[in-house]
Design a protein around this ligand. Structure first.
Ligand SMILES: NC(=O)C1=CN([C@@H]2O[C@H](COP(=O)(O)OP(=O)(O)OC[C@H]3O[C@@H](n4cnc5c(N)ncnc54)[C@H](O)[C@@H]3O)[C@@H](O)[C@H]2O)C=CC1
Ligand SMILES: O=C(CO)COP(=O)(O)O
Length: 310
């Protein structure tokens, strides 16, 4: 039995995908109307999924947290007593702006006796809900998760195990920042060659930042890092990419849409400055997301950087 907390796009998609092989309970603050989540239009939640807005009645031994990073700390802080001691699987891809913590760090603080894992990697909610083949990383730092890997895999949703929780989480958080930069490049009309350059140099930044935080470089080159970067930085299905595109084109973007990379860029930029890690692309995205620079200025700033070895 699996509980999924959060009835947005990803929680709904996982509920649909796992309901073929598991008893699934989907908790959300507002119950889906007509079996549809407003965040995942066109997908109908099967009748076998139990939908509830009562958190205590929703909890089983294994709980998937499908909430955005910037609300996760408040949520687990408020419900830590009910959640602690269970297997908690994070799906958020970001860094908490207030504390600088990773999602698993936020969960560990509120639930010290939980087994904590992160499910991450290239996977649009709509693809998962439609049953299209997807490969993801399931990462946990220091406990055996083979049981969980099997419980959360289906014939088309293939989970790979990793013990590099830090690397897997940082890859997922940082790729959103680079996806915004890629969107900006296309939105501003800089061309696909410029986007390829940003993706490649952005990947170098991701690896630099993550390895300085104890991640293994090969994790960054895997599904949770490069894999998700390739998906998110090249697809108009990505909200981070679309947000960047709007910034680059000088257009408005709906503030109600979840864009993890905007706040994550600010957290990354602040942490990198304090630790002396060069992150020019994340710095530029952070400035743009706060409206503190123009696209033209940011592009000039990146182009003016001294020429160096790759
Ligand atoms: N949508 C996608 O394709 C994928 C999303 N993710 C990650 O999953 C996480 C969640 O994203 P989505 O589901 O796409 O976002 P979403 O914007 O579709 O849904 C977020 C949900 O959280 C709920 N929520 C917000 N604040 C809350 C609170 N304080 N308490 C309870 N519920 C609250 C909202 O009502 C909404 O239902 C993000 O970190 C995202 O990066 C990961 C893989 C794919
Ligand atoms: O993380 C995702 C795909 O792996 C979803 O990306 P967006 O949040 O940019 O839509």
């Amino acid at each position: 039995m699996i509980s999924i907390l959060g009835g947005g796009a990803f929680g709904t998609a996982l509920a649909v995908a796992l309901s073929g092989s598991q008893k699934v309970t989907l908790w959300s603050r507002r119950l889906p109307v007509g079996g549809q989540s407003p965040r995942l239009p066109g997908v109908t939640i099967p009748a076998e999924v139990r939908c509830t807005d009562n958190l205590d009645s929703a909890l089983s031994e294994t709980v998937i947290l499908a909430l955005p990073t910037q609300v996760l700390g408040g949520f687990v802080g408020a419900h830590g007593a009910s959640l602690d001691g269970r297997t908690l699987v994070n799906t958020a891809k970001g860094i908490d702006l207030e504390s600088g913590e990773s999602p698993s760090g936020l969960i560990a603080r509120a639930c010290p006796d939980a087994r904590i894992a992160t499910l991450t990697g290239p996977s649009f909610a709509v693809d998962i809900a439609r049953g299209q083949p997807t490969a993801l990383t399931l990462a946990c730092a220091d406990e055996d998760i083979e049981d969980l890997q099997h419980a959360l895999s289906t014939p088309v949703l293939r989970l790979y195990r990793s013990d590099d929780l830090r690397g897997a989480e940082l890859g997922g958080a940082l790729k959103n920042v680079v996806a915004i930069a890629a969107g900006i490049a296309i939105g501003a009309g800089l061309g696909e060659s410029a986007r390829a350059a940003l993706i490649t140099r952005g990947f170098a930044e991701m690896t630099r930042f993550a390895t300085r935080h104890g991640a293994r470089p090969e994790t960054l080159a895997g599904l949770s890092g490069l894999g998700d970067l390739v998906l998110t930085a090249t697809s108009t299905l990505s909200r981070n990419y679309r947000y960047g595109h709007a910034l680059g084109a000088g257009k408005a973007f709906d503030a109600a849409i979840t864009v993890e990379g905007a706040k994550t860029a600010q957290a990354v930029s602040r942490i990198a400055a304090a630790r002396g890690i060069a992150m020019p692309i994340a710095d530029a995205v952070a400035e743009l997301a706060q409206g503190r620079a123009s696209v033209a200025e940011s592009i000039l700033e990146l182009l003016r950087r001294p020429l160096k070895e790759e």
